[in-house]
Write a protein that binds this ligand. Structure first.
Ligand code: FAD
Length: 379
């Protein structure tokens, strides 16, 4: 047993655990707390790339690799370069983020990192690890995910594989990143590619699907090769890094916590059900927790409030994507063809008001969405 009685244990040093740590250390009256960070991994590899949009500079600005204020949208019916003001679309590599956070840890002797595999976490604040047992007043968990499934739950997987590619000759327009390109074969599914050029000779090209099942690795590779040849016009390029992943898109309720346990990150319901975007919601969630603790309040209610109207929109949208009565590319096409992209992003960031939401719902295909909404209401 580790004899230290920690103020906080952060179980999981990923996006949420490390973000929370940074927000805690930024609060004057929390910066000296005894904090234990536990992860089974040393977090020394570039295991993911986070993209998100932000209107202002954020606390991890120094880790941002590239950012853009315009994005391309392509579908079989429509192509446009859209202005996303007031937002910037930012790309951050996880390795830069991990290094930034671990440098901060080095400056704070009251923060300890331990590499251990967590076996279980308990409401009395105890954490059982493979190497040791630990105890704290609060345990912030992002290591274990336990969503409550019910018969009214939709679950789609956002699955993707991306190549970081490099060319000898300038091949990419850094002013024209592609958010979604639906010109790829849809296979009665929802599939698109995004292209994020970080220099004229380097880009991340990622093939993404929203569906109940993932594909075989070779299927992603074939689709990527075809896209790079057909739409980027490249026959010769080097793949410098491959990234793949699966993000659950679900309206399942994630528990807020129990006793001393507070769930954060994906485990705390921070993944937006209809898009899979999580990074920005983690920032809001962790900032809210740190603010509450600094004010001497309980941190538990900082979880994303799941019964709000955005949760209802998510459920309807997930049903539309799952049932595929209207091709998914047309659903996104309706939005990008008729509305300012900044408004769409504000809606997806859950920052719109009801009048703006009326404007959004008005451009969507009414028979599809009204019937999905009615069936959701009756579910
Ligand atoms: C490849 C990939 C790309 C993504 N890209 C984006 C994006 O562009 N934009 C976006 O908004 N979202 C993105 N996401 C979704 C989401 O932002 C990430 O999954 C994010 O990392 C979630 O943060 P988290 O802290 O909840 O989980 P993680 O970052 O996965 O952190 C959990 C931590 O817990 C540790 N852990 C797990 N089990 C144990 C255990 N038993 N003992 C000890 N430690 C344990 C893990 O090692 C890990 O460090 C992406 C996800 C993936 C997988």
């Amino acid at each position: 047993m580790d004899q230290t009685n920690y103020d906080y244990i952060i179980a999981g040093a990923g996006a949420a655990g490390l973000s929370l740590l940074c927000y805690l250390l930024a609060e004057e009256n929390l910066a000296q707390k005894n904090i234990l960070l536990i992860d089974q991994d040393l977090k020394q590899t570039n295991d993911r790339t986070w993209c998100f949009w932000q209107a202002q500079e954020g606390p991890f600005e120094a880790c941002v690799k590239s950012q853009w204020d315009k994005l391309m949208f392509h579908s079989p019916d429509f192509s446009a370069q859209v202005d996303i003001g007031p937002y910037k679309y930012k790309m951050l590599t996880s390795i830069a983020f991990y290094e930034h956070c671990f440098q901060l840890i080095e400056q704070h002797p009251n923060v300890v990192f331990k590499q251990d595999q967590i076996v279980s976490i308990h409401p009395d604040g105890s954490v059982v690890g493979a190497k040791n047992n630990y105890k704290a007043a609060y345990v912030f968990n992002s290591a274990f995910r336990n969503p409550a499934q019910s018969t009214h739950t939709h679950l789609l997987l956002q699955h993707f594989r991306g190549y970081f590619i490099e060319t000898d000759q300038p091949s990419f327009d850094v002013e024209k990143p592609v958010l979604m390109d639906f010109r790829v074969e849809q296979e009665n599914d929802c599939r698109f590619v995004y292209v994020l050029p970080t220099s004229p000779c380097q880009a991340l090209v990622e093939y993404t699907g929203f569906s109940p099942d993932t594909l075989e690795p070779a299927q992603y590779d074939q689709a990527l090769d075809k896209y790079i040849q057909t739409y980027l016009g490249l026959n010769e390029y080097r793949i410098t890094h491959v990234e793949s992943g699966v993000i659950p898109m679900t309206n399942a309720a994630f528990p807020v916590g129990e006793g001393a346990i507070v769930h954060i990150g994906t485990a705390g319901g921070a993944t937006k059900a209809s898009t899979g975007y999580t990074f920005s919601f983690i920032q809001k969630q962790c900032q809210a927790i740190a603010t509450k603790l600094a004010l001497g309040q309980l941190p538990v209610s900082a979880n994303r409030f799941k019964l709000d109207r955005f949760a209802v929109y998510d459920r309807i949208f997930l049903r539309v994507l799952t049932e595929r009565k209207r091709p998914s590319w047309l659903v996104f096409n309706d939005l990008f063809k008729h509305l300012p992209a900044g408004l769409i992003l504000r809606f997806l960031a859950e920052e719109t008001n009801v009048f703006e939401e009326f404007r959004l719902t008005n451009v969507m295909d009414k028979p599809t969405f009204i019937s999905a909404a009615l069936r959701e209401a009756m579910a």
